[in-house]
Design a protein around this ligand. Structure first.
Ligand SMILES: [Zn+2]
Length: 463
């Protein structure tokens, strides 16, 4: 068996690993590399293998850094199956279409510059129809269903607790009469997720390929997230203001809807109109509702004893621009959830532009914001910011709640590894900045006396 790290080695995006077994080539994930614009275009356009020569693709989950280059793979000649769970397929339908639109906008931006320098214009990496066509190659099945996907290769998905439908990939590989178990962790969740089940411990593992995003870093622990959000919302709504929650359209928005649904159910926050203002978030919310097979016990019970976890009276899901604009003139207290989470794009920008100057407004951040993004500036307490080309004074109250994260932190990754049973002959770390992967490597070596290495881009290992 041979394994080549074709992406997400020394970085956290562009997840792609090529496995060669019994003369077959199996690609694990086909993510987009998301770095500087020029470099990303080059790296995403050229695969380090011939897409037509692949025999199978296995997809761990729908996040774009794991799935986002699939339409390009198909466009460049891959015709085989793409194996994933049901929910991953459905999320890919909306996320790849959204990614295609972003590709087109990015290329338009690049081409403007190229035209000025009289350089040849570029084509987008893929178009919305390319995204749709590659979905026809998806073959889906549930967790714990063992499937033969090639000569001597059996695939089983188990829960990763990271995103709806996210899976760890188990491959039972038989070569020369010997069967060994290969585990690809995909991205690993924290456990105790509001919507999802905990990551499952794989058994009898011989080889581990594992993510290391938060190696050496611990999340701020806040087990009382519900109470904290309750306090923030009560205070904000008492002041008769609007609450604006910038949130990623997929997962974070649905998590918020469910948390609000519970708080309203228990009478803990006043009944005010709640709006989800993002077409992608509205689509994603519908998909979440269709996949109870992914819910944890609490959400599953809520669905069958109460109601749809992602809908309640007073919740309005907004797709149209007109309805979104109408929120500008709304004078009463309300909660508005809008993308994007880092305030770099999306409709949240209009709401911020209109409301930041109002001391009655509360902006609540529920996720990470990269440095220099508008979200980061607001979190850092800037008193004036640029929104959609205009200087805006910040008089709104800024609140943050960092307890929701889709990724396990250092201790949680160690616990995850501890719970894997089997010989764990070799462990390779990927999906992390070098410093993060090395921190996890050090800790794993100290606690497990295991062979733990960090994968390098382009490196091939034989096992
Ligand atoms: Zn992910």
């Amino acid at each position: 068996m041979k394994l080549t790290f074709c992406g997400a080695a020394g970085t956290t995006t562009g997840s792609q690993h090529l496995l060669e077994v019994n003369g077959q080539k199996i690609l694990l994930d086909c993510g987009l590399y998301q770095g500087r614009r020029h470099e990303s275009v080059e790296r995403n356009r050229h695969f380090p293998f011939d897409p037509a020569s692949l025999d199978a693709v296995v997809l761990s989950h729908a996040h774009i850094d794991h799935s986002g280059n699939l339409p390009n793979l198909s466009r460049q000649g891959y015709r085989g199956n793409i194996y994933c769970t049901f929910a991953t397929r459905d999320l890919c339908q909306i996320m790849l279409a959204d990614s295609a639109r972003i590709q087109e906008n990015d290329i338009e931006w690049l081409n403007k510059h190229r035209a000025r320098r009289q350089e040849p214009l570029l084509q987008p990496l893929y178009s919305p129809p390319d995204a749709e066509k590659c979905l026809r190659q998806f073959v889906t099945f549930d967790y714990h269903r063992k499937m033969l996907i090639g000569n001597g290769v059996e695939l089983t998905f188990i829960d990763a607790g990271h995103l709806l439908g996210a899976a760890q990939v188990i491959l039972d590989v038989t070569e020369n009469g010997t069967t060994r178990r290969f585990l690809f962790s995909g991205d690993i969740g924290r456990g105790g997720d509001v919507l999802l089940r905990d990551p499952e411990p794989a058994e009898n593992v011989d080889f581990v390929l594992m993510e290391s995003t938060y190696g050496g870093r611990e999340h701020e622990m806040s087990p009382q997230a519900h109470q904290k959000i309750e306090g923030i919302l009560k205070q904000a709504l008492q002041d008769n203001g609007k609450v604006i929650i910038p949130a990623f359209a997929v997962e974070r928005t649905q998590l918020l809807i469910y948390v609000l649904n519970n708080l309203l159910d228990e009478g803990k926050i006043p009944c005010v109109p709640i709006f989800v203002d993002s077409p992608l978030a509205v689509d994603a919310t519908e998909i979440f509702r269709l996949h109870p097979e992914c819910f944890n016990e609490e959400v599953y019970e809520f669905l069958f004893t109460k109601r749809n976890p992602f809908h309640f009276d007073g919740l309005t899901l907004i797709r149209s621009v007109e309805q979104s604009r109408a929120l500008n003139t709304l004078k009463k207290p309300a909660i508005i959830i809008a993308a994007s989470g880092m305030c770099e794009a999306g409709r949240v920008l209009h709401h911020l532009k209109n409301n930041l100057d109002d001391p009655g407004t509360t902006v609540l951040f529920v996720g990470y914001c990269a440095e220099q993004t508008l979200g980061w500036k607001l979190r850092e307490g800037f008193r004036e910011v640029n929104v959609l080309g205009e200087r805006v004074r910040v008089r709104a109250r800024i609140e943050t709640l960092d307890s929701f994260s889709g990724h396990a932190d250092h201790s949680e990754l160690l616990r995850y590894y501890q719970r894997l049973s089997g010989r764990k002959e070799q462990t390779w770390l990927v999906h992390g900045e070098p410093e993060r992967s090395q921190a996890l490597q050090k800790a794993l070596r100290e606690t497990h006396q295991a062979t733990v290495e960090v994968g390098r881009l382009g490196q091939t290992i034989e096992w």
